[in-house]
Design a protein around this ligand. Structure first.
Ligand code: ZN
Ligand code: ZN
Ligand code: FE
Length: 763
């Protein structure tokens, strides 16, 4: 570089793509340009950020060089296209009006937890935002949940109805202010306000009084519906066993664990073990619910997570929650305000209507939530995070696709549904929608699909769906495909699991794909769920191995009654002797029930066969007497995992593997013998987990593949995942598993997109 700057004036136009809107990117550009004495302008466009700089070539080069390090913390640059142009004679540097035309490819930012500066401000009694629950800045605050349309500007958000006061406008227009172009900027004089309402929607009080009165009610054991960032929470004192039990009754939620919001990291440490990485995640801008190991002597009521060694804990992530939790000073249950199987409430009136029989009071405000976003759920396994529910803080950031694609819409799975929209190099995965088993959930599913298409202005050219012909999501997919005159491509559920994991890890194959979960529609008339796939380097995928199948008497009902899975499997191993075995699942039936089930099994009536690994967990949970009935999906497997111990010297049970079929019969015979010898469930569970890891390792070795892809709901089981990864590594193989995309059915939509990419010209 020359010591003397060139006096030749030049102009460069930069098109910056990535997560560059709603994070203070333009002020950074403004400051950098001013520091370097460059003239020109910056604006937001639907594609990203456009910058023109004019000045010496040295300064322009310096600008481009420094942009990456100077960019704001929550932004990320995916690409910068530079064009060198003749000087235009700009004077000074300006932030221009946003452009609203052209294809919409910019990244919509997720909602970001309150930053330290804003937190300090709301606690500063001398400041004008003291105790103001809607404080935010360019580094924090709502984004995805307030955006109606792109580009990200106040007029395109639900903040447009609040006219800025002169104070706020000054901050908004001052490039050196932390709130320069912070679209949701607000203060007590001009922004949204709180109200506390009773069950009749009568306003009891407003502003800070509303918050204080709500806190008092929670302290007294009442339930308050609190409007947060992406929807309402139901809050109750988490230490109060009677209150939590009553909340469960009102919500018809029997045993599924409830999430907890704690006032501080120290408060979480009193209840749970927190590692360094877990601490980082709790305090991160995403601020998810983290599954943490509960400490002995925790003050959390047992009814919060009955029999579960883990607690789902989060910290406040917006000023309203911060202020409320400071006022309370103790942990509260903060569960989504919804009826079982329905999406979370986002609208004041709707919440009043749907939660009227559950909440005693409603702490609401007048900032509209544009779309629902639940709290995200994360667990740390093997020293890294696994996102189990991808929503607030993460959605809708895309997964990068190695190959560019034409527009694809994927409609996801039936349970834990998410949808995805892919275009170019990005796959945008929606926020968690839920189980599509109620009309309300299906409405939410359709709403998210049209919302995503409208937001990104993408019309699908392919619609991917599950192969199950009866799923309502598949029917919607076919209708959307017909509307767009494009093909609807069915993708097998477990293949989608494996491809989802490969897509997020950016691997192509060849690989062995292991997809273990509860159930999915198979391609041979059975229910799959314990599958191994040969993934070729090209598009070819074939089923390499699977568990021996067994009948599920009663079909769907068996999912809620592990004893039915046990009975079905025992008849395979012991024939008619199964009905008289002295083991807990058989003893859990009356003679009349057994007689009825026997007719079903003998004549194969409503007894579909399954190779599911998830159901195998149910069988062992039932055999060990741990659980015969469940009240939520995966409960028996969770209990079985909790029962296991860390004994290292437990040998696996015997099994056989021949002709692509893994036969569990030798293991089941051994377990039945042990159960009758009163061997402790802890020991049986430990040996069972080790057996499963051994099965994967043996099949992996046999397959000749080096890369082993682990996906499906079973790998939410920390013990199974860690033993399997350890054993595969010890065998010199390379295990790959999920991190940012759920290993459960929340990841299926991405896998469906990946399937369409592998097979771009379906018949
Ligand atoms: Zn802030
Ligand atoms: Zn104001
Ligand atoms: Fe699945």
């Amino acid at each position: 570089m020359s010591a003397l700057p060139s006096l030749d004036i030049t102009r460069a136009r930069l098109l910056i793509l990535g997560a560059v809107q709603g994070v203070g990117f333009r002020p950074t550009v403004f400051k950098l340009a001013n520091d370097l004495g460059l003239a020109g302008w910056v604006n937001n466009s639907p594609q990203g950020v456009t910058v023109e700089i004019e000045g010496t070539r040295t300064s322009a080069d310096e600008f481009i060089l420094r942009l990456d390090t100077a960019k704001p913390p929550r932004s990320s640059i995916r690409s910068v296209e530079t064009a060198w142009l003749a000087p235009a004679g700009y004077r000074g540097f300006a932030i221009r009006e946003s452009e609203t035309t052209g294809p919409k490819t910019t990244l919509v930012m997720p909602d970001i937890a309150t930053c330290p500066e804003c937190l300090t401000e709301i606690l500063d009694s001398a400041g004008r935002r003291y105790l103001y629950p809607f404080t935010n800045c360019t580094h924090c605050g709502p984004r995805f949940t307030i955006i109606d349309s792109l580009p990200y500007d106040r007029m395109g958000t639900s903040m447009r109805v609040f006219e800025m006061c002169p104070h706020c406008r000054h901050e908004y227009e001052n490039p050196s202010d932390r709130r320069f172009h912070a679209q949701p900027i607000a203060c007590p004089d001009c922004g949204p306000q709180l109200q506390l309402r009773d069950r009749n929607a009568d306003v009891l009080c407003s502003r800070h009084d509303a918050l204080l009165t709500a806190a008092h009610a929670i302290r007294c054991g009442k339930f308050v519906a609190v409007k947060g960032i992406g929807g309402f929470h139901l809050m109750a004192d988490a230490r109060n066993q009677a209150a939590v039990t009553a909340l469960r009754e009102r919500k018809h939620r029997e045993e599924k664990p409830l999430a907890i919001m704690a006032p501080s990291l120290n408060s979480i440490r009193c209840e749970c073990e927190v590692s360094a990485i877990e601490e980082r995640l709790l305090l991160s801008p995403e601020a998810p619910i983290l599954l943490l190991r509960r400490r002995a002597g925790s003050c959390i009521a047992p009814a919060v997570a009955p029999g579960n060694p883990a607690l789902g804990m989060m910290l406040p992530s917006n000023p309203l929650h911060h202020l409320l939790m400071r006022e309370l000073g103790f942990p509260v249950v903060a569960t989504s305000a919804n009826l079982s199987g329905e999406p979370i409430c986002i609208d004041n009136e709707d919440c009043q209507h749907r939660m009227g029989g559950i909440a005693d009071l409603f702490l609401v405000h007048n900032r509209r939530i544009v779309r629902h976003v639940d709290d995200s759920l994360v667990r740390v396994t093997l020293g890294r995070e696994m996102i189990l529910r991808r929503a607030r803080g993460y959605a809708p950031l895309p997964i990068h696709l190695a190959q560019p694609t034409r527009p694809i819409l994927a409609t996801g799975a039936h349970l834990k549904n998410t949808v995805a929209l892919a275009s170019g190099h990005s796959a945008f995965i929606s926020q968690h929608i839920g189980d599509l088993e109620t009309v309300a959930a299906l409405d939410a599913f359709e709403r998210v699909i049209s919302d995503f298409q409208r937001l990104y202005e993408i019309r699908p050219e392919v619609v991917a769906m599950d192969t199950h012909p009866d799923y309502l999501s598949s029917q919607s997919a076919q209708r959307i495909a017909a509307e767009n005159r494009c093909p609807a491509i069915p993708v097998q559920h477990h293949i989608a699991h494996v491809l989802s994991c490969m897509a997020e890890n950016e691997i192509d194959g060849p690989a062995l794909g292991v997809a273990w979960d509860g159930t999915g529609y198979g391609l041979d008339g059975t229910i799959w769920g314990g599958e191994f796939f040969n993934i070729g380097a090209g598009g070819n995928i074939d089923r390499y191995a699977h568990f021996r199948t067994f009948p599920l008497p009663g079909g769907e009902i068996a999912i809620r009654e592990p004893r039915r899975s046990a009975l079905g499997l025992l008849t395979e191993v012991f024939g008619k002797d199964a009905y008289s075995l002295d083991v807990p699942p058989i003893n859990a039936f009356t003679d009349a029930e057994l007689a009825r089930l026997r007719v079903m099994l003998d004549h194969s009536i409503n007894s579909p066969r399954t190779s599911s690994a998830g159901r195998l967990f149910d069988v062992v949970a039932a055999l060990t007497g741990i659980r015969q009935r469940t009240s939520f999906e995966g409960q028996a497997a969770m209990d079985l995992e909790s029962a296991a111990s860390d004994l290292q010297s437990c040998p696996p049970y015997p099994f056989t593997f021949a002709d692509g079929v893994i036969d569990w019969a030798p293991m089941i015979r051994a377990i039945v013998t042990e159960v009758r010898q009163d061997i402790a469930p802890a020991l049986i569970s430990t040996r069972f987990h080790r057996t499963l890891a051994r099965i994967i390792t043996d099949v992996a070795r046999h397959s000749g593949h080096t890369t082993i892809v682990l996906s499906g709901g079973c790998f939410q089981n920390e013990r199974l995942l860690s033993i399997t990864v350890t054993q595969l590594r010890a065998a010199g193989l390379q295990p790959v598993w999920h991190r940012h995309v759920p290993t459960n059915d929340g990841g299926i939509a991405l896998g469906q997109i990946a399937a369409c990419l592998r097979n771009p010209n379906p018949a």
